[in-house]
Design a protein around this ligand. Structure first.
Ligand code: ADP
Ligand code: MG
Length: 237
């Protein structure tokens, strides 16, 4: 990651800019030149068939995997927040920890993040009432909200979410995306890989369709998802 210019095409601050991202596993080229610019406050959704490389892209954007090519820049914003928050597809928690303990432990690993951030984060993700419950007793949806809390604990400029709604009922998917929308409204730039097309349509500002190593379409969800054959897209997941 490196600093870059902070003015986007529309003059808003850029939260994340990826240029020409390439990734390969052995001889298999998964990403062959992906460009993505996300502004602060923007929710960008990446959709695409199973195996198209959504998780691969997010791991590169998160800095967890080095890419075979290209650059990722997270410009430092006016507020100085530079961290990237990441919610993996299958977050792992200690079941015996309470929700609060989980965030306290994570906060202890993040420089400059104190206990006051934990209470604020539990509230932000709607888990204030269950902070003292063991993680193992939480529903799948609440556990995912806890993962979201863990990802935003450091007040990141960029939030990356890999299939946050998978396995959840539609009401919980809606609740989770509503929290994501709130975070974006506070200025976070969001990249979410998701196949929950109704939620994507309702909450994403921009949708990118990943296939064959690159984005094959992008645009506002209302136009893009209507024009795309979403039935075949859904079947592919
Ligand atoms: P998606 O998240 O869109 O379902 P992935 O990014 O998980 O797709 O996978 C894209 C392709 O990369 C798949 O063919 C997958 O098998 C392959 N792949 C992902 N991670 C690895 C890895 N660590 N080693 C080898 N192949 C991988
Ligand atoms: Mg995936």
């Amino acid at each position: 990651m490196s600093d870059g210019a902070s003015e986007g095409p529309s003059g808003d601050a850029v939260a994340l800019r990826a240029d020409g991202i390439e990734q390969a596993f052995g001889d298999v080229e998964v990403l062959s030149g992906v460009d993505l610019t996300v502004e602060r406050g923007e929710v960008a959704a990446v959709v695409g068939p199973n195996g198209s490389g959504k998780s691969t892209l997010l791991r590169v954007l998160a800095g967890l995997d080095g890419a075979a090519g290209g650059d990722v820049a997270v410009p430092s914003g006016a507020g100085g927040a530079r961290r990237v928050g990441f919610l993996p597809q299958q977050p792992a928690f200690r079941e015996g920890f309470t929700a609060r303990d989980t965030l306290e432990f994570y906060a202890s690993l993040l420089p400059g993040v104190g206990s006051n951030a934990v209470a604020a984060t539990l509230g932000r993700v709607g888990l204030a009432d269950v902070g003292d419950r063991a993680v193992g007793s939480l529903s799948g949806g609440m556990t995912r909200l806890l993962g979201l809390g863990q990802a935003v604990l450091g007040d990141p400029a960029v939030l990356l979410l890999d299939e946050p709604g998978s396995g959840l009922d539609p009401a919980m998917v809606e609740r989770l995306f509503a929290v994501v929308g709130d975070l974006a409204a506070e200025g976070t730039g969001v990249v979410v890989a998701s196949h929950e097309l109704p939620a994507v349509e309702a909450h994403a500002d921009t949708v990118y369709v990943l296939d064959d190593g690159g984005f094959v379409a992008s645009g506002a969800p209302a136009t893009l998802l209507d024009e795309t054959d979403t039935a075949s897209l859904s079947e592919a997941f």
